[in-house]
Design a protein. Structure first.
Length: 178
């Protein structure tokens, strides 16, 4: 199998990873899976995938951004798509800066991911759409940004935002992720 058809899926949700793996294998990719940064490092020590799909939020509060960084350092030409149910502008920007070619919000399917791989170069003719951001979205982005800064520590995030810990927990419960 040529290396350009080798894909790695980094996701701690085993069922989702297996489903995505089968879907890509039906499209003639050789798909490998890793559930953590450590598993990924072991995998890329012996293989060099041409493509990667990385979940932003891994178990134990780990960030997929570290996986993006490791994959990009291993092969700067690898096409990496970050897939998340926990999207924010801050993490999208960081993912691209660390080497991802695209950032997709769940639910996304194999067609969406494969299309993202083919649009890696960017499009200077992309329409500039003016869309007002709601206060609710701004609040959620600020909460997420602060969570990232604190390593997903709820108590410290609440302190920095000037919220009671239970209030923050309720807000996070309403905005279920993953």
């Amino acid at each position: 199998m040529p290396p350009e058809r080798l894909l790695v899926i980094v996701d701690d949700d085993e069922k989702f990873a297996k489903t995505l793996k089968r879907s890509f294998e039906r499209r003639d990719y050789e798909a490998l899976t890793a559930g953590s940064l450590e598993e990924l490092k072991v995998l890329i020590a012996t293989r060099t995938p041409g493509y990667a799909v990385v979940d932003l939020r891994l178990s134990g509060g780990a960030s997929g951004l570290a996986c993006v960084q490791a994959l990009h350092a291993h092969d700067p030409d690898m096409l990496i798509v970050v897939l998340t149910g926990f999207a924010s502008i801050a993490t999208a920007v960081e993912a691209i800066k660390l080497g991802a070619c695209h950032y997709l919000v769940k639910p996304s399917n194999t067609d969406d991911i494969e299309a993202a791989f083919s649009r890696a170069a960017g499009d200077v003719d992309a329409p500039l759409v003016v869309r007002p951001t709601s206060i609710k979205n701004l609040e959620w982005e600020r909460i997420h940004e602060t969570l990232m800064e604190t390593g997903f520590n709820i108590s410290e995030t609440a302190r920095r935002l000037g919220l009671h810990r239970r209030t923050l927990a309720r807000k996070l419960e309403k905005q279920r992720v993953k």
